[in-house]
Design a protein. Structure first.
Length: 324
């Protein structure tokens, strides 16, 4: 079934490359970033319109650059990266199934075919986007967790740490959503005795992953672009401390006031009023403060962001009055 899945993937990839161009907005943007880096001779820091591109981490862009260095600048290589990584993912899925269910080929073979025939998998396997590469490091991390659960702690946790680090460089810390629950719950699903040593190994793997990700910032010149690189590593869209303060302050305010509203729903019937006020504050973040989120420093947009700050503070003051 593995050969059948690989054949299906090859047919889909060939059809996508031959039948359609790069699709706006995402594919054209990412290839455009790689092209601008190539023109500038900067093979480390992603560049878009002359400025550091901090919306996504750089690993996929580096893969585009590596292929162009080997084969020359072309359109087909960036579109071939995802299918090649997808094929590697099929092999890792087969190996993982055999490791979890040894001697049960009736599970491993169909698992690969089911994965390859999934609608979303086939779409992202033929698109110049980050998701299939993220899946690669997720599978590598899963192999590391299983290795550690089998008693090969050193190699298993090292594998997990490398997967976390490269996953962060692929699409930010979202890799932790895929790997961390599996790692923390491994003593339960694997039958391994719960111990501080296991959780210490997970912690060391996370530190290794963070070190790998931060090494990129150091190599790229963190002194010159410290804020930009922090956002690159987390795949964020914020620009500067001001935008971060708005985002995290708003979220903290949201949960605090919603909890307070829940406590007071039976006191004067004002819980709904408080909840509506919270929703208005969240709308302020989305609608009024978009320039702060997306890093647009034009004068008019900066003024709009300042107005958003004032409105945000006024709404917080109003919410405090409601709760007093």
């Amino acid at each position: 079934m593995l050969l059948l899945a690989l054949l299906l993937l090859a047919l889909l990839a060939a059809a996508a490359i031959l039948a359609r161009p790069l699709t706006p907005i995402d594919e054209t943007r990412y290839v455009g970033v790689a092209w601008e880096m190539w023109l500038r001779g900067d093979f480390l820091l992603p560049i878009k319109n002359g400025a550091p591109y901090s919306h996504k981490p750089p690993l996929m862009i580096w893969l585009f650059q590596a292929g162009w260095a080997a084969f020359g600048v072309n359109e087909w290589w960036p579109r071939l990266v995802a299918p090649l990584v997808s094929a590697l993912n099929l092999l890792l899925t087969l190996a993982l199934a055999r490791r979890l269910w040894p001697g049960r080929d009736e599970i491993a073979g169909p698992a690969v075919l089911v994965l390859c025939s999934g609608l979303l998998w086939t779409f992202f396997s033929t698109a110049a986007m980050f998701d299939i590469i993220l899946a690669l490091f997720t599978l590598i991390g899963m192999h590391g967790i299983v290795l550690a659960a089998e008693g090969k702690s050193r190699s298993g946790f090292a594998c997990l740490g490398v997967a976390v680090g490269l996953g962060i460089l692929t699409k930010g810390p979202v890799i932790l959503l895929h790997l961390l629950p599996v790692a923390l719950l491994a003593p339960w699903w694997s039958g391994r005795r719960r111990s501080a040593r296991w959780f210490g190994g997970v912690l060391l793997a996370l530190l290794l992953g963070a070190a790998i990700a931060l090494a990129f910032a150091d190599r790229a010149g963190v002194d010159a672009h410290v804020g930009q690189f922090a956002h690159v590593l987390v795949g964020g869209n914020l620009e500067g401390e001001r935008g971060e303060r708005l985002i995290f302050g708003m979220l903290a305010m949201h949960f605090a006031f919603v909890d307070a509203a829940d406590d007071r729903r039976n006191v004067g019937g004002r819980g709904k009023e408080i909840h509506n006020a919270v929703e208005q504050a969240l709308h302020t973040l989305v609608l009024e403060c978009r320039p702060a989120i997306h890093g647009n420093h034009a004068a008019g947009n900066g003024r709009l962001a300042d107005d958003g700050d004032d409105l945000f503070l006024a709404q917080v003051a109003g919410l405090k009055e409601l709760l007093e």
